[in-house]
Design a protein around this ligand. Structure first.
Ligand code: IPM
Ligand code: MG
Length: 353
């Protein structure tokens, strides 16, 4: 098959990890006779430096016209001034919105060999296989109004957590569809004891649950979910939740996997290209050192093959190679090893079948 992919390496370790994912993608494409065309573009802090905005209209259009978008990470201290009008993160949010990718799939699996890399006790980690589905284009990140004003002589800041019924329904329905191919269990996470938006969320989740009696649905408050993720993570399967709740819970869940550097994500919408990115950030502290873990981005590229290009077998080839590399002891620094970013990828490449 032929496909065109826009690559947005971004900032910090972004370029280091996307470079490695491309090596893996190119190797798999060559092995299986596919023609993948990659176009690299600026997004994030690097785009602010070059064009004054984090995402230009041209780049967004190219992304919209592509088959899939692969992203590294954005942001860094250089653009972190709280008073700045333009921020790298605006590019990422604009891209998610502009592509209409309302569902962010973040699978969290614990590799048997990495049980000791997590600060959580190994007996709690065994068998963990969670799919967090984070709503990505609504909620607190996008609600209007947001801003600052003055009230009673004080400076005031405000954000809005808003959801329309259809936004909740489509992401919860996706969660149920994906649950059917797994353990048929959905946990819908909200804060319905306090937030009106969560009460709507819960009501709609219950409706969708009613139409899908073959899937077990439970509702959990987000604070409880945060606790359960570390006390009994193996009891969770598909988790679906609001944008910011999902952001927070997936950083927490990454601890289960031993390192944030391990976790991939896929953002998908109704139609059109998907967006694929590791869940980690630009890690300015290790940028340029060549020691970042490429696995999260490599596995994101596998998700891209599966979800956007329909190349299931090829995705599996990458996932199996990563799995074997980990089983056979290949480790970057974040996992207590000594392999560089490139060496870790070499190990994965050697194991592509
Ligand atoms: C993530 C990141 C982003 C988010 C930031 C960089 C805007 O934390 O993808 O989880 O909050 O969505
Ligand atoms: Mg995050």
């Amino acid at each position: 098959m032929k496909a065109s992919i826009v690559v947005l390496p971004g900032d910090g370790i972004g370029p280091e990890v996307t470079r490695e994912a491309l090596r893996v993608l190119k190797a798999v494409a060559q092995k299986k006779g596919h023609e993948l065309r990659f176009t690299e573009r600026l997004m994030g802090g690097c785009s602010i430096d070059a064009h004054g905005v984090a995402l230009t209209d041209e780049v967004l259009k190219e992304c919209q016209a592509s088959d899939a978008v692969l992203l590294g990470a954005v942001g860094g201290p250089k653009w972190d001034d709280p008073k700045a009008k333009v921020r790298p993160e605006q590019g990422l949010l604009g891209l998610r919105k502009g592509l209409g990718v309302f569902a962010n799939l973040r699978p969290v699996r614990v590799h048997e060999q990495l049980l000791d890399s997590s600060p959580i006790k190994p007996d709690r980690l065994r068998g963990v296989d969670i799919l967090v589905i984070r709503e990505l284009t609504g909620g607190l990140y996008f609600g209007q109004p947001k801003g600052r004003d003055r009230k009673d002589g004080h400076e005031r800041a405000f954000d809005t957590l808003e959801y329309s019924d259809f936004e909740v329904q489509r992401v919860v329905e996706l969660a149920f569809r994906l649950a059917k191919a797994r353990k048929k269990k959905v946990t819908s996470v909200d804060k319905a004891n306090v937030l009106e938006s969560s009460r709507l969320w819960r009501q709609i989740a219950a409706d969708v649950g009613g139409r899908n009696p073959d899937v077990a649905l439970d509702h959990m408050l987000v604070d409880t979910a945060a606790m359960r993720l570390v006390t009994s993570p193996a009891t969770m399967d598909v988790v679906v939740t609001e944008n910011m709740f999902g952001d927070i819970l997936t950083d927490e869940a990454s601890v289960l996997a031993g390192s944030m550097g391990m976790l991939p994500s896929a953002s998908i919408g109704e139609k059109g290209p998907g967006l694929y990115e590791p869940i980690h950030g630009s890690a300015p502290d290790i940028a340029g050192k060549g020691i970042a873990n490429p696995v999260g981005t490599v596995l994101s590229s596998a998700m891209m093959l599966r979800h956007s290009l329909g190349l299931t077998a090829e995705a599996k080839v990458i996932e199996d190679a990563v799995d074997r590399a980990i089983t056979e002891g290949c480790r970057t620094r974040d996992l207590g090893g000594a392999l560089t970013t490139t060496q870790m990828t070499d190990e994965i490449l050697k194991r592509l079948s």
